[in-house]
Design a protein around this ligand. Structure first.
Ligand code: G6Q
Length: 554
């Protein structure tokens, strides 16, 4: 079973945690002037300060021993080699091949996949150039002004997040829209903003069977055909990104307008494939290449850096340390960058879909907590909302602060203030404020003693809250590629330690099936004027109540 809990390294960490728990972060800094130099790493243009964590040299060496015991480097090697690291679906997980920069082959099942990858990239590049340069025109000869990506989950969150993150590098006139939700309001409100003559739809679905995407795509096609366009014009306005050629053809998209990818690319890891088409349209083929190069640089680091200097593995070990030894159950992502406003949502899928698992690779149950809840919003906005809970709440919430030294939009002193806020928060979360210093400042402000007594505990901050700070020169395509790959590999290293499969998603598959059955039951009851009785009483009651409200049945 190879559970981490069976290793001597785990036992060594358990006893160590009890000793380490009560050491204050501020005291760790007082005791070691070299702490910042000691607990920092560099990789692919990113700098990580992880000194504000509840760790000592000894903690780190015990964590490294755990990574060794769980064979993290060997598991990385197996993934990059194209082994079947996703056994429940019998697949490799080779998203790294999509950004592979060297002329060397990458094999899956004995076959080099690089020629196919390069061929799709070339087709994507010439398609994007023709749209961006106005050579690809709509059915009335006008250039394309709006792109609507229709997809959900991995076929939506990545391109949406990345096009937002790289907005400063975007084409000057192409507007991008993303429709994911089956809630009709999403497609209807988007269609209100675009013109059928100048809109290009990308229907993005790995399987091309996802009900939300097909429903939205059908609505878009109907809307398009209700304009003055006819069936032959669909080819100029609809392209598909999928692994399923037959279903694309069945939907009515010419497979000449299809960009393929492969089953060894997981949905949430597919931004690097043709699923990244909206991103390439947005930042151009050159920008997309830079993005891939950033990812490849992080791949190189993940494969070659020893555990102690391996940024994704160190971040993973810190998550394991907090989740399994110090009682944390969530992890905050705080990008101090407005353009990264969808990054926490993207990471929610990447981490929670990957590591929200409760059995080991061999199917035996895990006995410890696995992937933590990931959440967040950009700073400084979060400071005016949930940061109160970080500072004075009762939960231990490790956090990653993400910051660029340079702004993409230099303007007055905005960026200096943004940086100051980010650093002030990590400092305050660590230092807190003692009751003595609260009393002192209240006295200095002339507050009377009775009021000081009433207020002092409320205004005391325990501090001791751990944070990582990730720093980059500027958030450009290369930096974003490296950042995403960093978190992909962090998630992989966590899974390697817990010995779980990060590449399947049976919970998502279940959701896809359940709704279909319930939909059929609901429709049958409406058609036949009957009550649904085949579910539990709560679900039956809700269905019947909603049917009555919608169709005025008894
Ligand atoms: C990702 C998941 C899931 C998937 C969506 C969309 O890893 O498998 O989020 O991306 O369910 O699936 P399709 O791309 O097949 O429509």
């Amino acid at each position: 079973m190879n559970a981490p809990t069976d290793t001597p390294a785990w036992a060594a960490l358990s006893s160590h945690a009890a000793e380490q728990k009560n050491i204050k972060l501020v005291d760790r800094f007082k005791a070691d002037e070299q702490r910042f130099e000691k607990f920092q790493l560099k990789a692919a243009g990113w700098f990580l300060d992880y000194s504000k964590n509840h760790i000592s040299d000894e903690t780190l060496s015990r964590l490294v021993a755990l990574a060794e015991a769980q064979q993290v480097p060997e598991k990385f090697a197996a993934m990059f080699r194209g082994d079947t690291v996703n056994p429940t679906e019998g697949r490799a997980a080779l998203h790294s091949a999509l950004r592979h920069q060297k002329p060397t082959p990458v094999q899956v099942g004995g076959e080099d996949v690089m020629p196919d990858i390069r061929a799709v990239l070339d087709r994507m590049s010439s398609f994007c150039d023709s749209v961006r340069e106005g050579r690809w025109v709509g059915y009335t000869g006008k250039r394309i002004s709006d792109i609507v990506n229709i997809g959900i989950g991995g076929s939506d969150l990545g391109p949406l997040m990345a096009t937002e993150a790289l907005a400063p590098f975007a084409h000057e006139s192409l507007r991008l829209h993303f429709v994911s939700n089956v809630d009709g309001s999403h497609i209807v409100s988007t269609l209100k903003r675009v013109d059928p003559e100048t809109t290009l739809f990308i229907v993005a679905s790995k399987t091309f069977t996802t009900i939300e995407t097909l429903t939205n795509a059908n609505t878009a096609k109907t809307w398009f055909l209700e304009s003055s366009a006819d069936k032959n014009d669909v080819a100029r306005h609809f392209v598909a990104v999928s692994t399923n050629e037959a279903k694309v053809a069945e939907f009515g998209i010419d497979t000449k307008n299809m960009f393929g990818f492969w089953d060894w690319v997981g949905g949430r890891y597919s931004l690097w494939s043709a699923i990244g088409l909206p991103l390439m349209l947005c930042i151009g083929p050159h920008g997309f290449k830079q993005f891939l190069a950033g990812g490849a640089a992080m791949d190189e680091h993940a494969q070659t850096a020893p555990i102690q200097q391996n940024m994704p593995t160190i971040l993973a070990l810190l998550t394991v340390w907090y989740s399994n030894f110090l009682g944390a159950s969530s992890h905050l992502i705080a990008p101090y960058d407005q353009y990264l406003h969808r990054f926490p949502a993207y990471l929610q899928q990447l981490t929670m879909e990957s590591n929200g698992k409760s059995v080991h690779v061999d199917g035996t149950p895990v006995s410890i907590s696995t992937g933590p809840i990931v959440w967040g919003e950009p700073g400084t906005n979060g400071q005016h909302a949930y940061f109160q809970l970080l500072h004075q709440g009762t939960h231990l919430i490790p956090a990653d602060f993400i910051l660029a030294a340079e702004s993409c939009n230099p303007c007055g002193n905005h960026h200096e203030l943004l940086i100051a806020n980010c650093l002030a928060q990590t400092e305050a979360l660590m230092n807190g404020k003692t009751t003595e210093s609260v009393v002192e400042s209240l006295r200095a402000a002339g507050t009377d003693e009775a009021e000081i007594d009433a207020l002092k505990q409320h205004r005391t901050f325990e501090g001791n809250r751990p944070t990582n700070t990730l720093l980059v020169q500027r958030l450009d395509p290369y930096a974003l590629g490296a950042l995403i790959a960093l978190y992909e590999h962090k998630v992989f290293a966590e899974a390697a330690i817990w010995n779980i499969n990060p590449f399947d998603q049976w919970g998502v598959e279940l959701g896809k099936q359940l709704a279909t059955r319930l939909y059929d039951d609901m429709q049958t009851a409406v058609r036949e004027g009957t009550q649904v009785a085949s579910h539990d009483s709560s679900t039956n009651g809700l269905i019947n109540r909603i049917n009555a409200a919608r169709h005025r049945l008894a």
